[in-house]
Design a protein around this ligand. Structure first.
Ligand code: PSU
Ligand code: MN
Length: 306
């Protein structure tokens, strides 16, 4: 990598690993600030970093703090993002310049984390679920900027699919239109976050991190640009019952409609309602799947370096 961008503040450990070509895994912060309650969120953020290290990679949690994009955070930063004591903006591509210019704390979504990872020379990113096409997008036009980012920014995003608060079929159609390969890690169908399966097939099943790395290299060698989605289903042990989840999700969607929640507030609202309605169960599942994604991402990062 050349000179880091002046708006980036890269932790020395991350900068050294990137310039030496050692594996690095980016981690997002919206899931910490807006996706999980305190203190499970900060505990999970710490665990993800430890899991990435256990696989021999360097973790780089990303957030906007006091006018800089920070790549690799200190424990005190994780606490600030998690505790709820300070207000934390949710920053997607649209919001990044505002969050940087106006200061304070900003949590980066999948889209904004991809942008920051690319600026820092990081090619692999682990999260829980990606944003997508909302169920009544035909009326609301609510399609996550994550999909547009996947079309343009060359980062591999390891996730557990997407929550069925979204329209998974339309989300996959939108990814196809944008030229984003969706790989199923040891699965033939796109996982639905809490549940291992959906009715929708992935573009290819892959069995190993090396296979993922080969496909990514082909895409980038062809200058196709853009990202790759690796969909890693939640473990059998933590997966939730699909019909129970369908009820919970439809009730969360009803609540959002009644309250008129829209725009960037919708995803955090739905995530919060789903976790209230399932008690601790969904939080446990969420933690389990994101942990598995962090480990897999570290192995993909190693394979990409090899
Ligand atoms: N889906 C989840 N958990 C999350 C998110 C999505 O299951 O935490 C977060 C991610 O940061 C994602 C963002 O990038 O929500 C998408 O928000 P929107 O739909 O407003 O683009
Ligand atoms: Mn939206």
């Amino acid at each position: 990598m050349n000179q880091p961008h002046r708006l980036l503040a890269v932790a020395p450990e991350v900068a050294e690993a990137v310039s030496a070509g050692r594996p690095v895994v980016a981690l997002e912060s919206t899931v910490i600030s807006h996706g999980m309650p305190y203190p499970a969120n900060v505990e999970t953020a710490r665990e993800l970093e430890a899991l990435v290290r256990a696989e021999g990679a360097v973790p780089a949690t990303i957030a906007v703090i006091d006018g800089r994009i920070r790549i690799g955070l200190a424990d005190a930063d994780l606490v600030r993002l998690a505790s709820g004591r300070e207000s934390v903006r949710k920053l997607s591509r649209r919001d990044l310049p505002i969050g940087l210019a106006q200061g304070g704390l900003g949590a980066t979504t999948v889209a904004a984390t991809m942008i920051a990872a690319e600026l820092a020379g990081i090619r692999v990113f682990a999260t829980g679920g990606i944003g997508g096409v909302h169920r009544d997008a035909a009326r609301t036009f609510d399609i996550s900027a994550d999909l547009t980012e996947l079309a343009r920014t060359p980062v591999v995003v390891v996730c557990a699919g997407a929550k069925s608060i979204l329209d998974l079929g339309l989300t996959l159609e939108a990814l196809e239109t944008r030229g984003v390969p969706v790989l199923g890690y040891r699965t033939d169908c796109f996982p639905a976050f809490y549940c291992r399966a959906s009715e929708f097939p992935v573009d290819a099943r892959v069995e190993t991190p090396e296979e993922v790395a080969r496909i990514c290299r082909m895409k980038w060698d062809l200058d196709l640009g853009g990202g790759v989605v690796v969909a890693n289903p939640i473990s059998e042990a933590h997966a939730m019952d699909p019909s129970a989840m369908a009820e919970v999700i439809s009730s969360a969607l009803d609540d959002a409609r009644k309250k008129g929640v829209a725009g960037k507030a919708l995803t955090p609202f739905l995530l919060g309602r789903v976790s209230e309605l399932t008690g601790g169960r969904s939080l446990e599942a969420n933690i389990a799947l994101i942990r598995a994604n962090a480990s897999l991402a570290a192995r993909i990062a190693a394979a990409l370096g090899a």
